[in-house]
Design a protein around this ligand. Structure first.
Ligand SMILES: Nc1nc2c(ncn2[C@@H]2O[C@H](COP(=O)(O)OP(=O)(O)O)[C@@H](O)[C@H]2O)c(=O)[nH]1
Ligand SMILES: [Mg+2]
Length: 227
């Protein structure tokens, strides 16, 4: 195991403990969702995560090594609080795939390409296959995915038709033209994923694990399983 992987797995164990703290008090629900942000190097993953979590854009980011996550808390409705962890690949893009540890416990993913560079769109298939091969929900279905055509503020090298066709062929139900720079559709895309996760009641098992305190770790581990 490489050093970066070890770091990720330690962080994940920590995050799992956080999710164990999900509360069901007087009808108030607090969720912890792990979302993945995946795609080639330079497409704007970090910029999107920063835009969403910090409301900032900068054209100069340091390359982060390993995988990193940023957290944002949403007061979704008066009874529901959502702690979103956005996992940003950093430095692993060159391999075109991620380790199973990175995918573990994820409940949704944003696949990102740079709309001004067609090659990054061609890579989407590979990223999607990697994702679907490595993470499924307890019922065996795929986690919700949204496709982001980022940098829509600059020149376009991929058409809407090509993107829609790709989505149809690969059972992706939504895509957005985004700009981390201009803050276009970033909130909308994440909101779409949150809605999907909530409506699919994907974290039901986490709630069960709180209610049924005796439930063993090994059975909980299977709640979102990595094959
Ligand atoms: N014009 C424009 N540039 C962007 C956008 N998002 C990211 N960038 C730039 O693209 C470069 C790569 O972004 P980064 O977030 O580091 O990509 P990552 O490797 O996928 O994390 C940086 O110079 C960003 O400033 C965007 O929406 N519009
Ligand atoms: Mg990055």
């Amino acid at each position: 195991m490489r050093r970066a992987d070890r770091t990720v797995s330690m962080t994940l164990r920590g995050s799992r403990r956080d999710s164990d703290a999900v509360l069901l008090n007087f009808g108030h629900k607090e969720h912890l969702f792990k979302f993945l942000v995946i795609g080639d190097y330079g497409v704007g993953k970090t910029a999107l995560v920063r835009r969403y979590t910090e409301g900032k854009f900068s054209s100069n980011y340091k390359i982060t090594i390993g995988a990193d996550f940023a957290i944002k808390t949403l007061d979704w409705d008066p009874h529901t609080k959502i702690n979103l962890q956005l996992w940003d690949i950093a430095g692993h893009e060159r391999f075109g795939y991620m380790t199973r540890v990175y995918y573990k416990y994820a409940v949704a993913a944003a696949l990102v390409f740079d709309i001004s560079r067609a090659a990054t769109f061609q890579s989407m298939k590979k990223w999607l296959n990697d994702l679907r091969e490595k993470v499924t929900l307890p019922d065996g279905s795929s986690i919700p995915v949204v496709l982001l055509a980022n940098k829509c503020d600059i020149s376009v090298a991929v058409t809407d038709e090509q993107i829609s066709k790709f989505c149809r062929e690969n059972k992706i139900h939504a895509w957005y033209a985004t700009s981390a720079k201009n803050n276009t559709n970033v909130d909308a895309a994440i909101r779409y994923l949150v809605e999907k996760v909530l409506s699919a009641k994907i974290d039901n098992d986490i709630h069960d694990s709180i209610r049924l305190q005796h439930k063993s770790l090994s059975s909980r581990e299977k709640s979102i399983c990595c094959k």
